[in-house]
Design a protein around this ligand. Sequence first.
Ligand code: SAM
Length: 230
Amino acid sequence: MPYSVSPIGFVRSCFKEKFAIPRQPQLAPAARGVLELVAPFDTGEAVQGLEQVSHVWLLFLFHQALEDRPRLKVRPPRLGGNKSVGVFASRATHRPNGIGQSVVKLDAVEPGRLWLSGIDLLDGTPVLDIKPYVPYADSVASAYNRIADAAPRLIEVHWLDGALGQARSHGLRLDQPLIELIEQCLAQDPRPAYQVPAPERRYGARFWDVDVRWHYPEPGKICVLDVVAA
Ligand code: SAM
């Protein structure tokens, strides 16, 4: 029996495309966004008391990964894209009902608007529900996950002088920690694990309204080439 749900709001995010978004929240603290609530949740009543909470769970729709046919197995990028596990053993975006969940930092609360950081959400993501993070219940000291036991290993991020200057001035214009955002996201190495990066191959992603281009001058090292208005 199908049920229907409707978004309580939409995220305005620093991430304008899926590529280079961290694989989980909290990995890029400089990743910011605003959750704009829609009526009837936009008057302030629905968020009353939320200013006493540091983090919230967001339940959302992977609106750019919805599929008609459910998958039983997925190939998580984390496992190199060549090993499959059951869909319920993974946090991959391809899911039966397209539902994602992230714990994000709540920086400020306004009527109809939540200011967030540490997000892993694409711009325009429809949010289905918000729940306060409850430390005593949501943090399990004895928990383990042998598929994803630790945060991804970070790689070095270097800058061409010109690119660093460009990022600094766009960051000032946007009033956002753009250098930190780029470094934190690229350090996760967004490239699919199975792809061997040739030094001449260029990669790119859009953060806020700027396009960032980089390459891998040698394995395990990224160099940012330019940061230009999109
Ligand atoms: N923390 C969530 C979870 O566990 O359900 C998301 C994990 S999922 C592996 C994270 C990836 O989802 C990001 O790297 C990004 O590429 C993708 N993503 C984020 N928002 C999306 C959206 N609205 N539609 C499709 N893909 C999205």
